[in-house]
Write a protein that binds this ligand. Sequence first.
Ligand code: UD1
Length: 429
Amino acid sequence: MDRIRIVGGAELNGTIPISGAKNATLPLMIASLLTDETLVLDNVPHLADVMLLKRILGNHGVDCMVQGKRAGQNGSSGETIELSARDIVDTVAPYELVSKMRASFWVIGPLIARMGEARVSLPGGCAIGTRPVDLFIMALRDLGAEIDIDGGYVVARAPKGLTGARIQFPKVTVGATHVAMMAAALARGETTIENAAREPEVLDLASCLLKMGARISGAGTSTIRITGVDRLTGARHSVMPDRIETGTYAFAVAMAGGDVLLEGASAETLQAPLDLLGEVGAEVTATNEGIRIRRNGSGLNAVDVTTAPFPGFPTDLQAQLMALVCHARGASRIRETIFENRFMHVQELARLGADIHLDGQMATVHGVDRLKGAEVMATDLRASMSLVIAGLAAEGETVVNRVYHLDRGFERIEQKLGNCGATVERISG
Ligand code: UD1
């Protein structure tokens, strides 16, 4: 299993190109199931989750072609993939595949809408909590699907098609908003989704669906209105920049010090974390080219943060923030409200010398003057990056084990950080 070795202490200076967003790419790829024409996606990141989803979609009959790079394109501009679901050969998403990546459960939306049936494995638990699917089921039932649970599978049927409805989510859920929007796009009549997720990735999916001929308004707000259409067409769409990758590298620069341009990043998708970086003591400037982050020598300030759905502080940056404030003056408090059990990085950060006290969903981090490199274990995707961030500022060598977690959501981190002066290398095997 690959490991990442980091030698701490170097400032970061230079440019980090921001990749296409993993959390936008996955639903966009799944949207290809809605049409028998070709969906072309540009700026697709090279990630293990994307590879896995290609396999999962392939199982349903989706043809996935990767276009070669054009002359003059550099390695950072992502892939262009062509997805063509002309014939859906199988409406079953098996446990072996869905259990490897939760988001693949989302195929249930397009499959039931286009084929009138779907049999999709329940995803099962994952490292950051139980993560139920009750709200997906609620939304699809609202749209007229009959749903049974059979042998660990969600079996959905709508032989006469789905019908528009009012869907009111009792809590904000990104995944079920994506699924409801995709399913309603092919339902008969009007659908209103209330308390919809406002995450920028929902807006990105809606913009692509609009290009495919869907009739959707209000995406990006908490009320989305959809008028169903008979069929959707092919389209071409470029994946939005990854706001979580952006925030992660912004925190890394704040931690290590230096001056870095996060090229292609979009500040409006990241206001809460950028405001927080200002409070912590970094200088943030949005420019035409991206976001510039600087911190020169000054100490870090402690902060109080609660994770929340967009536009609040994202749970996907909670672990990285925690690494950063390990070095702040005074006590920071971080409350996690989205996922239970999302504090597994705490024990690993402690191995580097962090002083963190956990009380239920609240972590209190007492800043320490020095962190010291050690061998640590990545436990989930975002937690892995918190260990890398801490390693950048720790004295000596930090080795992060189980980096396959990291490869699910961050591409070429050795290269991106290495180009800015950090010593970060992958040890294979
Ligand atoms: C997506 C993101 C993930 C991010 C999360 C919250 C992708 C691929 N993943 O995950 O990186 O951390 O949004 O921003 O985009 N819930 C239920 N019942 C359901 C569905 C969800 O109770 O049927 C709960 C979850 O357990 C959680 C909360 O709703 O407590 C929010 O989860 P949700 O927004 O659905 O997360 P994902 O879409 O899985």
